[in-house]
Design a protein around this ligand. Structure first.
Ligand code: ZN
Length: 173
């Protein structure tokens, strides 16, 4: 388009076009080309502005993606550390249980495991201040008397939840 305008302008300047009609037509074409060029420049400018805005938005979004990824990485690292800690704790508890179990008679251990399975992981509970810490109920007088009179090596159980009761100096007997 620019070439065409330059060519027209050259023809006009050369004085080769003498007919008024041709001159007028040439000038009209030049004006039209100038307007068209202006319009195209406006479009180019608008496209460039939109491209810049899009690039700015892309940069912003990319920054946000990076920030979210950093958070995900952080949480993942913390979760993995927690898993490792839990695994370590489970190992320790399993070893401790192994040592403890060695001293417990087989039938008592069997009873304990059965109760533990039935009562959400707690097969034995401390008797604390006359209360079973498994079901949180206070033992009544008759039950307390039964526990009191039971020999130290007798396995006593909560009449309410049936868990094994562990007597301690704080049992309130
Ligand atoms: Zn109980």
């Amino acid at each position: 388009m620019r070439q065409r305008a330059a060519r027209d302008q050259k023809r006009l300047d050369s004085g080769a076009v003498t007919s008024p009609k041709d001159l007028e037509s040439l000038q009209r074409e030049l004006a039209s080309l100038a307007k068209r060029q202006g319009d195209l420049e406006d479009i180019v400018l608008e496209v460039m502005e939109r491209r810049e805005a899009a690039q700015a938005r892309a940069t912003e979004l990319s920054g946000r993606v990076d920030a979210v990824q950093a958070k995900v990485d952080d949480v993942t690292a913390r979760r993995d550390a927690a898993y490792a800690e839990i695994d370590g704790e489970a190992d320790t508890v399993t070893k401790e249980r192994g040592l403890t179990v060695a001293d417990i008679p087989a039938d008592l251990l069997k009873l304990y495991d059965r109760l533990r399975e039935k009562h959400g992981g707690i097969g034995a509970a401390r008797l604390y201040q006359r209360r079973c810490e498994g079901c949180r109920l206070e033992l009544d007088l008759t039950e307390l008397n039964d526990v009191r009179s039971a020999a130290a090596d007798t396995v006593v159980r909560c009449e309410n939840c049936s868990r094994i009761l562990v007597r301690t100096p704080d049992s309130g007997l």
